[in-house]
Each structure stands twice: as C-alpha cells, then as structure tokens.
Design a binder for this molecule. Sequence first.
Ligand code: 1GP
Length: 251
Amino acid sequence: MRNSPVLNSIVEAHAQEKKMYWVLLDPDDFTIEEAKNVAVKSQECGVDGLLIGGSLLHSNHFDLFTSEVKKAASVPVLLFPGDSTQLCSSADALLYLSLVSGRNPVNLIGEHVKAAPKIRSIGIEPIATAYMLVESGSVSSVEFMSNTRPLPRNKPGIAAAHALAAQYMGMHLVYLEAGSGAKISVPPEFIKAVCSYIDIPVIVGGGIRDTETAAEKLSAGADIIVTGNMLSKENGISTMKEIASAVKSFS
Ligand code: 1GP
C-alpha cells in the first residue's frame, strides 16, 4: 500500500470539516525570489498548501523554481501540472489531474501514461484528481490548450454526474476550475450540486480575487479554495492574508 501523507492530511481536514486555502504559483508569473517570498508570506498568513504549475510554460526554471519554493515553504508543495513535463522530485505531491469534463484522451489518460514511470522513479505522491473545467465567460488557457469544452455553467446536474462518476472511478479529489484569471468564478449552485452528490473533497479555483468570492465558494460547500492570479497584482499579499483569515473563520 502506498504511503499518501498529503492526501491523508486533506482527507483528515475534510472529515473535520476544516476548510483549506491553497495558493498557486505559476512559474511564468514569478521569479524564483518572488516565489520564495510568497511561500514565506503565505505561511505567515495561514495558507495550507502551495500549488506549482501552469497550462503552458514559457519559462525553463520549473525544477529549480519548485525546489527553491519547497526549501522556503513549511506547508505541502503540490505540483499542478499542465502536462507530463511538469514533474520533479522536490515537491511533496502531485495532483494527478484527469480532465474529466472533456473528452480528449490525451488529458484523460495519455499524459498520465507518459508521467507514470517518472512518478514511480522519483517517488512523488500522486493524488488522483478529477479536473472539471467550468464555463467562465471567456476561453481559458486550459480550455484552449486541452482542446476540450468546459461544462455549461447553467447545468449543475451535468457537473454533479461528472463528479460522481469520478468518485465511483476511485478519484480522491474533485477540482472545479473556472480557469486562471477567469472573469467569473464557479457558480455556487454548481458547487452545491457537486457536493450534494459526492463525499470526496472539492477544490474550487479560478477568478477568486477577494474574501467575498472566497466565502461564497466555501458556503456553497467547497473544501479547498485556490487563488493564483491575484497574487501578482498590487496588494496581492494583503488580499491573500484577508482570504486566509476568511477561510480560517469557516473552520
Ligand atoms: C487556476 O484555479 C487556479 O488554475 C487559480 O485561478 O489564477 O484565477 O486565481 P486564478
């Protein structure tokens, strides 16, 4: 039986109804020094985990970026890869994302097969995650790069059926994604419908830039919220602090 400390900590928090806040560091958006600074500040704020990855990387410092963030961080560092090239041993775990909202075999199983031998050899913890892209007002990078259609935002029943299928298939987490920088985030009705069908933890990200939006997702049933884009904006660190404290007040 595999040892899964990061997944176990998420499942334990979920069982205790403790909400969590993860911060996404896209290696294209930060220098290594900036990312290390965010890693330190995020922990001071009470952030529960750091994600590293992106749909399409222009930078070539992924491994160094991850290992330096890991050295600066005391919370788990999880890879959030756009494809099988974004893999390295210094992170604590890997969201092994299957884009179940789409019907592109490359994102459902193809990249996973390419990554599997390396995951085995570097010994990183893979966490099977159903990744569901939700319509958000414009074409997101994930939508374009994966060549898949997002779930219609006015059809929560379709989303719930996808999430339930993922749980039945043995996936451990569901990630509802509006896309980085989304104009409009995942609607609460969507989150409620998904949470009413499944027992596994639900992550919600994309377009969350303030405490009100974060609170809306948590009230609807999200277990973990993710912010990325807003950190590179002015007042990003102080907004992160406010969101972290809003998340803590839910637990
Ligand atoms: C994207 O869900 C994450 O994959 C975060 O989105 O950058 O819009 O916060 P934002």
